[in-house]
Every structure is written in structure tokens, then in C-alpha cells.
Design a protein around this ligand. Structure first.
Ligand code: CP3
Length: 345
């Protein structure tokens, strides 16, 4: 797949090869800040959208057609692995994701299934439909949730502000936590290898809530499982991006897990992060998504400042430090992408 791409800026940057300008895509680029997303969302539930390949493809293509990004990202969610393993998942408007049967005991953990690829075939089907639509124009990014972040939803039963139950589990019952994490990691390996076989061009592992952890707990309960996953991928030229909120702290450890790219939150100076990484590891990021609420003049200044900091650096993918919020003006997102596309070093 990858060698036939018309626009392979993202792949080159991910492998730390020279590019004329940084490639751009944005986390949550297919979402509620777009009127066209709501036109579809008003007719189907979120999970119906994910599980119907033609609809998932329609939504994946929205930012490609309307924004001119340098990469598409599969329309799905990180929690579909948890659902396939036995979690009763729903997404309610205004509530967010919910697992109705949270994991609280050894019996719950033992009941989690691990041979679940048959339940995730709709994702492979969506990838094939999207690739037919993309026609090699730009790369398609596949993804999965990292074991720690998926565990946090399975244990809390949904989103959490403080991850109290999750941390209680890690601290009081670490053996139980490791059983759950290993099961999620095994499913994630199968799931990502299936996505590669179905034709994705790059992969991102989302460990969104790693920031909740101390350095030691991150190492034991998150990093080790991410490293295990990366070591088991049949990559075939597919670059791997490792994202977490907390990457400004954890980047040196993340680098040892074997990713090609580290996606950095907005707290750190991206150049400093890059300078402290081993050669050959690219960075992605790291504009504060809240900048996209600001005046266009400010948006441009902040992007150009970041590009100035990254001058002379191969291995840089422009992105936000986290996802686009639903109420960010569409025009501002489009403008930010134009600023990047018109830039050249
Ligand atoms: O980036 C993209 O455009 C691709 C699609 C994508 C979604 N979720 C669609 C989605 C991706 C890559 C994700 C990943 C995801 N899902 C993460 C990791 C990224 C991150 O933001 O840290 C997380 C933590 C989730 C879990 C999740 N899914 C939450 C917490 C929520 C509800 C809160 C929220 O932001 O809406 C979702 C729902 C969800 N996933 C929506 C979309 C478009 C909104 C669904 C709706 O229309 O109501």
C-alpha cells in the first residue's frame, strides 16, 4: 500500500526522512465540529456509524474532502476492543462512553474474552472500503487504545476525572490489573495486525489517560504493555505512532517501547522533546487545541512559531496536542490546515 501513495508526506516524516513541509492531520478530525458529521450522526447511533463500513467510510472521508489533510484516520473508537472482549458498551449523548458491566473482580477479569477478531471484522471491512475511496491519495491511519487507557474505561465503567477506582486496582490488586492488561494487550496485537493486513498505512496507539499515572506506575502498568504490543506487530513498512497525554514527561520511556513516532501533548517544547530522543524517532504535535478557538492571526502565529522551533528537523508531523473539541469553529480548523499546507521550509 504505502509505496503507491501519491502524498506520502506523513510516511516519510514518520520514518524521519526529509519532507518539503510538515504533514498535517488532527486527532478527532472526523467529528462534531463539522456540520456534515451531524448530518450523518442525526440518523445513526455512534456505534452504528462505526460498525457500518460504508458509513464509517463516509465519515472518515469528511476531513479528507473538506479540510485537505495529509492523512485520513479510520472512523472508529478505542473502546471497540473492550466491547469485543465482553464489555457492554454504549455512547449516550452528553454522557460519553459507558460500560454497563464494569470489571471489579477476578471473575469479571476471567470472563473477558481474548479470541475476538471475528467481532471486529467490521473494522477490516471499513478499512477496505475507505482504501477504495482514497485511491492511494493519502495514507490511512488505523488505531487502537492502549491497554491502560482501555482498562480505565472497563474498570470505571466510563469516563473518569480522577481514575480513583483504576488506581485503587493498580495499588491494591496489581496481580488482577496485570491479568486484565495482558488480555487487552493480546487483543490489541491481533486487532492491529488485522488492521495492517486489511491495508492501513500507519498506526497510532492512544494512551490518552497515562497522564494520571506516576512515572513508576506508568512504567509498570502502561509502558510495558505498549512495548509488548509494538514488539508483536507485523509492521511491513507501516509506521507506528505512540500517543499519550503525559508524553512531555514520559517521552524518554515511550521511546524505548519501539515506536517510530511519539505524539506529544501541548505542555512541552516540541524541539526540546525531540532533542532528547534517540535519533530516528520522529515527533508529532503539539499545538494546544484551544488555540483553534482564537483569532486567525493568533492561530497562524502559533503554528509558524512551532515550525520555526522545528526548523532543520526531519521527523516532524504537525498535529494538535490532543483532539479537536466539538465546539471549535470549522473555519478555524480549515484555516490552520491551510497555513500548514502553504508553508515551506
Ligand atoms: O480522530 C478521529 O477523527 C477518528 C475517530 C476517533 C473517535 N474516537 C471518534 C469518536 C478516534 C481516534 C477516537 C479515539 C478515542 N475515543 C480516544 C482517544 C483519543 C483521545 O481523545 O484521547 C478516547 C479516549 C476515546 C473514548 C471516547 N469516545 C470518549 C471519551 C468519547 C466521548 C467524549 C467525546 O469526546 O465525545 C467518545 C465518543 C466519540 N469517539 C465521538 C467520536 C466522533 C463522539 C460521538 C458522538 O458523536 O457523540
Amino acid at each position: 500500500m504505502t509505496e503507491n501513495l501519491k502524498n506520502n508526506l506523513l510516511i516519510r516524516a514518520a520514518f524521519s526522512q526529509p519532507t518539503e513541509r510538515p504533514p498535517v492531520w488532527m486527532m478527532r478530525q472526523a467529528g462534531r465540529f463539522m456540520k456534515e458529521y451531524w448530518d450523518i450522526k442525526n440518523r445513526y447511533s455512534f456505534l452504528e456509524m462505526c460498525k457500518t463500513p460504508e458509513i464509517a467510510a463516509d465519515v472518515t472521508m469528511l476531513p479528507v474532502d473538506l479540510l485537505g489533510v495529509d492523512a485520513a484516520i479510520l472512523f472508529s473508537d478505542i473502546l471497540v476492543t473492550g466491547e469485543a472482549m465482553g464489555g457492554q458498551l454504549s455512547f449516550e449523548q452528553g454522557v460519553g462512553p459507558r460500560f454497563a458491566n464494569p470489571i471489579r473482580s477476578y471473575a469479571d477479569a476471567e470472563a473477558l474474552r481474548t479470541n475476538v477478531l471475528d467481532k471486529l471484522q467490521y473494522v477490516g471491512d471499513a478499512i477496505r472500503v475507505i482504501q477504495q475511496r482514497l485511491q492511494g491519495m493519502i495514507p490511512l491511519i488505523g488505531f487502537a487504545g492502549a491497554p491502560f487507557t482501555v482498562l480505565s474505561y472497563l474498570v470505571e465503567g466510563g469516563s473518569s476525572k480522577d481514575f480513583k477506582r483504576t488506581k485503587l486496582l493498580l495499588h491494591n490488586e496489581p496481580e488482577l490489573a496485570h491479568i486484565i492488561l495482558q488480555k487487552i494487550a493480546d487483543v490489541t496485537v491481533d486487532y492491529l495486525n488485522m488492521q495492517i493486513a486489511a491495508g492501513i498505512d500507519a498506526l497510532q496507539l492512544f494512551d490518552s489517560w497515562a497522564l494520571a499515572l506516576s512515572w513508576d506506575d506508568y512504567e509498570i502498568f502502561s509502558h510495558r504493555y505498549n512495548a509488548y504490543i509494538f514488539s508483536k506487530l507485523q509492521r511491513n513498512g507501516v509506521p507506528v505512532i505512540s500517543f499519550c497525554k503525559g508524553s512531555s514527561v514520559f517521552a524518554p520511556l515511550m521511546a524505548t517501547a519501539g515506536p517510530d513516532v511519539i505524539s506529544v501533548d501541548w505542555n512541552a517544547d516540541l524541539r526540546q522533546v525531540k532533542d532528547n530522543l534517540p535519533g530516528g524517532i520522529a515527533v508529532q504535535g503539539n499545538l494546544d487545541p484551544f488555540v483553534l478557538y482564537a483569532d486567525k492571526k493568533v492561530i497562524k502565529e502559533k503554528i509558524l512559531h512551532l515550525f520555526e522551533r522545528m526548523r532543520g528537523q526531519d521527523g516532524f508531523i504537525f498535529n494538535l496536542g490532543h483532539g479537536i473539541m466539538p465546539d471549535i469553529p470549522f473555519d478555524n480548523v480549515k484555516y490552520a490546515i491551510e497555513v500548514v499546507r502553504e508553508f515551506s521550509y
